[in-house]
Design a protein around this ligand. Structure first.
Ligand code: SDX
Length: 431
């Protein structure tokens, strides 16, 4: 727990309440209001949780003003340059960078869980071929609860560990199966001789008719995209996983809830919406029209991939993603990709526009990721599933941290009720 040496005083209608203030290892202090209702018969009010810390955590720290993102203290820029996704998974799950032996053991455990129960193949048959892969993923990941009964007892640390490994290992397989099913191609089984990112690419793009060679450029880019999406403090989908987990729901059901929440265009669905927006803009000369729409209060249109609840400076992931887009499209010989040119010009114009500057709206993680995924051959419908499979380690790490906390309580917010006060039933004749 954080240090508690200070207090805050709340004075309201003649009552004075002393509230403890906890100081973090870094970041803002928090006023502990857990006793507020009991002592003061009053709630706090914070729709959207703009000023509310829902938990304490040791996993990820974000400084929105500095544009800083740390995983267990390590800056995302250093991890993106020097680490790889499975090593970041180990770091998020266990808190330290692994030794070579620990990494080898972890990679072996994950690799040996990448296949799904053969019976799960039948689940896909129940979906229409044109179902959005996120719909399929929500259903099939939730159904894991019906298969892996030996890792659903959340009171057993070993079962929690097995569930975490299974989730990290199997969600890419399920995402690839959702893609294959949507394009009418046969499922491709994972291979134990491939690294995590290469395995995913092969499960998506290999066909029985010929050997599939993993392009190292694409594999490295895929691994980096996974790293950049791995965890992000208490975002909407992580908070969903925590709230679901606080009731004691099994981990597979909790991750399915996180996938459902991530799907929204304001959250993980923004990568698909952003590329579709860039394609709709089409050419640089149409950018002013869309900038004007984004600024128009009467127009619900927003620049997808722009803005963030926490970052009021550049999203550090967007900077790495932009570099990666330049690198990957250059190596693929498509550096003149019109969508990339529109994205760069849109960013330049927006960041010089008073509206975006005053509201501190910068490109976020979703602004450039779709350009890379599109260049790699993925349809836009697969962008959010790739975000989901990458974020699974963050969700399950945050879930494990919460479930392992002896002070865990079920999450149960209150409300500001503004509806009808008590009134008596009126028979239909009297209405
Ligand atoms: C992710 O939380 C996380 O960490 C999420 C995430 C993660 O890794 O888990 O980082 C991943 O979800 C990134 C965000 C992806 N979403 C988008 O790119 C969709 C477009 N962006 C927005 O809808 C918006 O910026 C949010 C949802 C991301 C943040 O919304 P907030 O914090 O609730 O801010 P807001 O909606 O109150 O906006 C503040 C002002 C408003 O204007 P005013 O009412 O104050 O006049 O900024 C405006 C908004 O209208 N604004 C935008 C805008 N985003 C905010 N105007 C135009 N275009 C935008 N993109």
């Amino acid at each position: 727990m954080a240090e508690t040496t200070k207090t805050a005083t709340l004075t309201f209608e003649g009552k004075t309440i002393e509230l403890p203030v906890h100081s973090p290892s870094v970041g803002p202090d928090v006023i502990d209001i857990r006793k507020l209702y009991a002592q003061g018969d009053i709630f706090t009010y914070d729709p959207g949780f703009t000023s509310t810390a829902a938990c304490d955590s040791t996993i990820t720290y974000i400084d929105g003003d500095k544009g800083e993102l740390l995983h267990r203290g390590y800056p995302i820029e250093q991890l993106a340059e020097k680490s790889h996704f499975l090593e970041v998974c180990y770091l998020l799950l266990y808190g330290e960078l692994p030794t070579a032996a620990q990494m080898e053991d972890f990679e072996t455990r994950v690799t040996r869980h990448t296949m799904v129960h053969e019976q799960m193949h039948n689940f896909f048959r129940g979906f229409r071929r044109d179902a959005h892969p996120m719909a399929t993923m929500v259903g099939v990941v939730g159904a894991m609860s019906a298969f892996y009964h030996d890792s659903t007892d959340i009171t057993d640390p070993w079962q929690r560990e097995v569930a975490a490994i299974r989730m990290i290992a199997k969600v890419p397989t399920i995402a690839a199966m959702a893609y294959k099913y949507s394009i009418g191609q046969p499922f491709v089984y994972p291979r134990n001789d491939l690294d995590y990112a290469s395995n995913f690419l092969r499960m998506c793009f290999a066909v029985p008719a010929e050997e599939y060679q993993v392009d190292p450029i694409l594999s490295r880019a895929m691994d980096r995209i996974m790293m950049l999406h791995a965890d992000h403090e208490q975002n909407a989908s992580t908070s969903t996983v925590r709230l679901a987990g606080s009731s004691g729901a099994n981990p597979f059901a909790c991750i399915a809830a996180g996938i459902a929440c991530l799907w929204g265009p304001a959250h993980g669905g923004a990568n698909q919406a952003c590329l579709e927006m860039l394609r709709e803009i089409g050419t640089v000369d149409r950018i002013p029209e869309f900038i004007a729409r984004a600024k128009d209060k009467d127009d619900p249109f927003r620049l997808m991939g722009f803005g963030h609840r926490v970052y009021k400076n550049f999203d550090p992931r967007a900077k790495v993603m932009k570099q990666s887009a330049d690198e990957v499209l250059g190596l693929l010989g498509i550096e003149n990709n019109p969508t990339l040119q529109v994205a760069k010009e849109l960013e330049r114009i927006a960041l010089e526009d008073e509206y975006f500057v005053s509201k501190k709206l910068y490109p976020n993680v979703d602004f450039y990721s779709g350009i890379i995924l599109d260049a790699m051959g993925f349809p836009t419908s697969m962008f959010t599933p790739i975000f989901a499979l990458s974020r699974t380690v963050g969700w399950i790490s945050q879930w494990k941290e919460m479930i392992g906390d002896p002070a865990l309580k079920i999450g149960r917010p209150r409300q500001l009720y503004i509806g009808q006060t008590r009134r008596e039933y009126v028979d239909v004749e009297g209405r």
